[in-house]
Design a protein around this ligand. Structure first.
Ligand code: GBH
Length: 456
């Protein structure tokens, strides 16, 4: 039986900055990603988000594409600077109305909106006041969550507070690859805390404004597996899992920050002592607020090999040295998804799980027949849906799957060179062409199962 549960939520995902464009339209304020993209050297192809997929103007066409795909749900994010251009205070009605119209259009098409509040595009004004390392930003986020859930709460029941706190904290404030491009361990740890805190504070606010609210958070989880059976590689896995996964999961599920990682950070000089300076009384209880689901973004596993200890380099590799890799250089490895889902379910009991992103970058464009034959994405999609179904068979309450992404879009520091879409975007004409993977997805969704052939 290769069928999914009857109520399985098939969807596609995008985020505001990556698709909308129209960065100056209708009173939108500046975001940290506008500023970052305008800084020479930050985006590898020198591009920016000014036009992107022009979704702000073409959203009706994009909703029609989703209707054609047959998806039941659409996960999109709201651009905070469209709604509250200066981060706090005055609400921009024109920006708010855009999302209200989009929601109406989705509902008319029979597609359930799944809203992410924060997918990285913070109002620049808030960054000028210190950004996420400043605790006040958490309060500003809660006000914004209140505005959005009041406006859309009569029509939208599903809400995600934050997308990938690890990326926001680490890439934004520690290695500087993402906006605002800072490199500071202290800022990173404070950011992670204030993101989690603002999540905990926003959940009851959203619930109060929304009928039948279903509220959660999305984490990017990276299961660590050792390159060899050596003790050193096992230690590298512990550290990776600790800083990447447990630092977020443990506080959300009431366990506090993992003490082994706190000790690592003290030893490495990233923390002055094991008392975390940004944690106030009651914070950990706030963060551990019960939620309705956990969203997971899965792309690949991380194979850990200790680079410090020579013995480890000589230990025999237990993993394939030359796996299939996507254009991001990420290994294609679906079995780790099943293991991850199983582990989350048994270890944290988060309730229903949704895969809120899964996908791959391949540059495949139109061939002579005018079609886009992205057979590697077709294979990726199939193998990861197999892995998802396997988890369901093992008893994991996986309730939905959102392919990343509906269409090619602005891939952050890589600009438009990496294409994650099931729909091809010609950035000169803004023409959308469903790739073979989109045709496959349409068939899978219709069948609610995996026994589907792709017509040639
Ligand atoms: C997501 O982030 C974002 O939410 C989305 O906006 C973005 O477009 C999409 O993914 C594609 O990048 O250990 O081999 O998995 C992805 C975050 C964090 C995923 C780092 C890969 C490390 C490589 N990524 N992670 S691997």
């Amino acid at each position: 039986m290769r069928q999914f549960p009857n109520d399985f939520l098939w969807g596609v995902a995008t985020s505001a900055f990556q698709i909308e464009g129209a960065t100056h339209a209708d009173g939108r304020g500046e975001s940290i990603w506008d500023r970052f993209a305008a800084t020479p050297g930050k985006i590898s192809d020198g591009s920016d988000g000014k036009v992107a997929c022009d979704h702000y103007h073409r959203w009706r066409e994009d909703v029609a594409l989703m209707r054609w795909l047959g998806v039941k749900s659409y996960r999109f994010s709201v651009a905070w600077p469209r709604v509250i251009p200066t981060g706090r205070g005055a609400v921009n009605a024109a920006g708010l109305d855009f999302y209200s119209r989009l929601v109406d259009g989705l509902l008319e098409a029979g597609i359930e909106p799944f809203v992410t509040l924060y997918h990285w595009d913070m109002p620049q004004v808030l960054q000028d006041l210190g950004g996420w390392p400043n605790r006040d930003t958490a309060s500003a986020f809660v006000e914004y969550a209140d505005v959005m859930s009041r406006k859309l709460g009569d029509r939208v029941s599903r809400w995600i507070t934050h997308n990938e706190p690890w990326c926001i904290s680490f890439l934004g404030y520690c290695n500087g690859e993402h906006a605002p491009g800072h490199k500071n361990w202290g800022e990173m740890l404070a950011t992670a805390h204030h993101l989690l805190l603002s999540h905990g504070q926003a959940v009851p606010v959203i619930r109060a404004n929304v009928k039948n609210a279903s509220v959660g958070i999305t984490l990017n989880l990276s299961p660590a597996e050792p390159a060899s059976p050596s003790a050193e590689d096992a230690e590298a896995c512990r550290r990776h899992d600790g800083s990447f996964n447990r630092w977020y999961l443990d506080p959300l599920y009431g366990r506090g920050y993992p003490t082994d990682v706190v000790e690592d950070y003290v030893k490495d000089g990233h923390l002055a002592s094991s008392t975390l300076p940004f944690v106030r009384d009651g914070d950990m209880e706030t963060i551990a607020v019960p939620t309705d689901f956990l969203g997971i973004n899965y792309y690949s596993r991380a194979i850990m090999r200790s680079d410090r200890i020579p013995e480890s380099k000589n230990a025999p590799r237990t993993v394939h040295p030359e796996p299939e890799r996507t254009d991001m250089d990420w290994e294609v490895y679906a079995p780790a998804l099943t293991r991850l889902l199983q582990h989350l379910h048994t270890h944290y009991q988060p309730g229903p799980l949704y895969i809120t992103e899964n996908g791959c970058a391949y540059a495949t464009g139109p061939s002579e027949d005018g079609k886009v034959h992205d057979e590697k994405r077709v294979a990726y999609l199939r193998s990861h849906l197999e892995a998802s179904l396997e988890a369901i068979h093992q008893g994991v309450p996986l309730a939905g799957y959102f392919a990343w992404s509906l269409m090619d879009n602005f891939e952050w520091a890589f600009g438009y060179q990496k294409r994650f879409g099931m729909v091809y975007v010609d950035y000169d004409s803004q023409r959308r062409i469903p790739k073979d993977s989109a045709h496959l997805y349409k068939a899978l969704v219709e069948k609610n199962g995996l026994d589907v052939e792709l017509a040639a």
